[in-house]
Ligand binder design. Structure first.
Ligand code: GCO
Ligand code: MN
Ligand code: MN
Length: 375
């Protein structure tokens, strides 16, 4: 049977979104300058819509340059909203840039300087207002520079207090304005700081429980960040989902032990990506499937759209594999045997239960063959 060529063509119903900063990435790195021209938000909206995406996400300053006047802001927003409407595109999430300007070099919410902390909270509130104007219901908070190099300079307990105070002010702002907005906190262990506070999704979950309005705050796990911490994203995402805290997701990839790579989703670890897709699809995750990655520095403008198209196609192909996994008689046979054991009321017998084989070798090989298209 030949697979119809459009079988993995993304549609709006798939709810794929990309950050403006992802396809807009110009390929700068610490060793080399930009290799691609800047991409306007309007072109991004049009191109991504053509490719089948549902929407875009943005930092405040991806759209409104820092220091823009009120009338400049209004003009930019008018054109952007028109472009969204013309191309049936949505903005389900916005975030705030608290890392680019030198003022944030030692953090924002956790800065040791009170005026910087106050400014950071005001900037985040303004980004929430912007999100509200664009119809977003999720505000991602990534504390890119909330961290340290010199531990003599700040006690992490103080950082936690300041961080908590900042997030509490944001939930107050949302409530006071009657917005329908939730906050999703994104963890990362390092880069650009030597150490970033709340380094993992698990740490975020513990922190959220200490907030004034924990019900309004969840997590935005990123595959690459969990891998940078040496963790298994499938487990982190699963824990968040089970806790009712998976408010958003950043799909990408990362080789272990490297710098922050932001690789195209599933480009490195197909099996890991398969389990993430399985978790999102089987676990009832309702949010957009959001890509936070960028094209290789080797790419020109066309390569960027190849990157975007590839990200969505791979997700849909893996989603198809999730369906195959659920209907594969041999895989399901092993799983139902395991389920029977899990529900067993047989008495404990050291000899019997110690001698049992779990069939995990067989199960894993079946998954590998399924992913390789041999089943
Ligand atoms: C990174 C982060 C960012 C955030 C984004 C949203 O490692 O650079 O993943 O891309 O997701 O800034 O706040
Ligand atoms: Mn991210
Ligand atoms: Mn990242």
């Amino acid at each position: 049977m030949t697979i119809p060529s459009d079988k993995f063509q993304p549609t709006k119903a798939d709810r794929f979104t990309f950050g403006l900063w992802t396809v807009g990435n110009q390929g700068r790195d610490p060793f080399g300058d930009a290799v691609r021209a800047p991409l306007s938000p309007l072109v991004t909206v049009e191109q991504l819509s053509k490719l089948g995406a549902y929407g875009v996400t943005l930092h405040d300053n991806d759209l409104i340059p820092l220091g823009a006047s009120a009338s400049e802001r209004e003009n930019i927003l008018r054109d952007f909203k028109k472009s969204l409407a013309d191309h049936d595109m949505h903005v389900p999430m916005v975030t705030v840039n608290l890392f680019y300007h030198p003022v944030f070099k030692d953090g924002a919410f956790t800065s040791s300087m009170a005026p910087i902390r106050r400014h950071a909270v005001d900037k985040a509130k303004a980004a929430i207002d912007l999100g509200q104007e664009l119809g977003a219901h999720t505000f991602v908070l990534w504390g890119g520079r909330e961290g340290s190099e010199v531990d003599a300079a700040r006690d992490p307990r103080d950082a936690m207090k300041h961080y908590r105070d900042g997030v509490n002010q944001l939930t107050e702002h949302i409530l006071a304005n009657g917005y329908h907005m939730r906050i999703a906190m994104e963890a990362k262990p390092n880069e650009p700081r030597s150490d970033i506070y709340l380094a993992t999704t698990g740490a975020m979950l513990a922190f959220i429980a200490t907030l004034d309005h924990p019900e309004m705050v969840g997590v935005n796990p990123e595959i690459a960040h969990e891998k940078m911490a040496g963790l298994n994203p499938y487990h982190s995402i699963g824990q968040a989902l089970e806790a009712g805290k998976l408010f958003h997701i950043d799909l990408n990839d990362q080789k272990p032990g490297r710098y922050d790579q932001d690789l195209r989703f599933a480009s490195d670890d197909l099996k890991g990506a398969f389990y993430v897709v399985k978790m999102l699809e089987d676990g009832g995750y309702q949010g957009p499937r959001h890509f936070d990655a960028h094209a290789y520095r080797t790419e020109d403008a066309q390569g960027v759209w190849d990157f975007a198209r590839g990200s969505m196609r791979t997700y849909l192909i893996l989603k198809d594999k999730v369906r195959k996994f659920a209907s594969d008689a041999e895989i399901q046979g092993i799983l139902s045997e395991l389920a029977q054991w899990s529900a067993s009321e047989e008495p404990f017998d050291r000899e019997r239960w110690g001698a049992v084989g779990y069939q995990y070798e067989k199960l894993d090989q079946l998954v590998v063959e399924l992913l390789l298209g041999a089943r």
